[in-house]
Design a binder for this molecule. Sequence first.
Ligand code: CP3
Length: 358
Amino acid sequence: MAISTTPTQPLLLSALQRQPISHPPIWLMRQAGRYLPEYRALRANFPNFIEFCLTPDAATTATLQPLQRYNLDAAIIFADILTIPHALGHPVKFIEHQGPVVDLFTNLAQIDPLKHKIADLQRILAPVAQTVRQTRAALPAHQAVLGFSGAPFTLLCYLLDTKPSQGIPNLLKMQEESPQAILDLTDVMVTAITTYLHMQLAAGATAVQIFDSWAGLCPPNAWQTLVHQPLVRICQNIAASHPNTPVILFPRLASQQALLNLANDPTLPSTVAFSLGTEINLAWASQTLQPTRAIQGNLDPILMIGEAAPLRTAVTQMLNLAGPQPGYIVNLGHGLTPQTNPDRVTELVEQVHAWRAA
Ligand code: CP3
């Protein structure tokens, strides 16, 4: 297969544009994090996790740490999806061994003030744009810089319920009792996310990923209005200002049919790619989605904890399935865990870069 005609363009960008390339690029969700001793040392300087995310020098260091160890094709900016609720006036605390706790949205009178917080968001999250600029300046042109945001539905999960992993009773109750309020909140999030992603792109991000980690918790009868349409609107907003910039959507735990409907929606810009959770069958995705949309994923992060051999077998299988067709990016189906063995990452990156289509 031909090598990309623009050698300085990041390999990740060529893959997202579904150009023929010699081998798929690789980056890993949560590639910066607690499995790296150098991350834990840096983190120890910041009792407050959000403050860490909003300190450009420290965040740039954390962003670059995995790229200093591994030959990855992209850096993902070190920040968190919860920076948006934080910037809109719902501060986030990270409690050790418990995860994030957002100052919850509890009554409808809190909606109107949120609508007037976009200028605050631009000011409070300006350090993230600075991290993008510093990261871009530190890396050679062939490595991509990815910006990211949470999606409206997932951010509402955290704004209304403390632990979405244990269910979203408050969100579901409000959706029953005041569906218009949930739509209004979703609109606020669409504006906030668009603004935040535009800031990251203006600062030099190659592409952006939108994490809808809890999309699978959305009731089927609300899927169109709370997940599908808001994601389409954000992608359209980005395409209007950055027509050639890819956007990667990660609607985790969505049904295969919902994913297919979204991918086939003619109003979704052609620059949109899909990151696949571990729940998705890669053979299906490669046959069904990959002819028209780039796909990314979906290695089980559990394999990064165990022995080398099962990882190698699973990666060979993935590469042989999706690697021969343009539009494939190697990644996990969810983030690296703190238990990850750093040696497994070395082996994975080497294997991907050595692979060629038969
Ligand atoms: O390397 C990267 O991927 C970039 C940075 C990044 C972080 N969080 C840093 C982080 C990214 C892209 C995220 C996204 C994120 N944050 C998501 C979407 C992806 C997913 O996992 O589904 C979600 C749901 C969050 C919210 C969040 N942040 C949770 C639930 C937690 C606690 C769980 C945990 O692992 O501790 C975090 C904390 C967090 N975000 C850490 C890191 C490195 C660990 C915090 C620490 O150092 O103590």
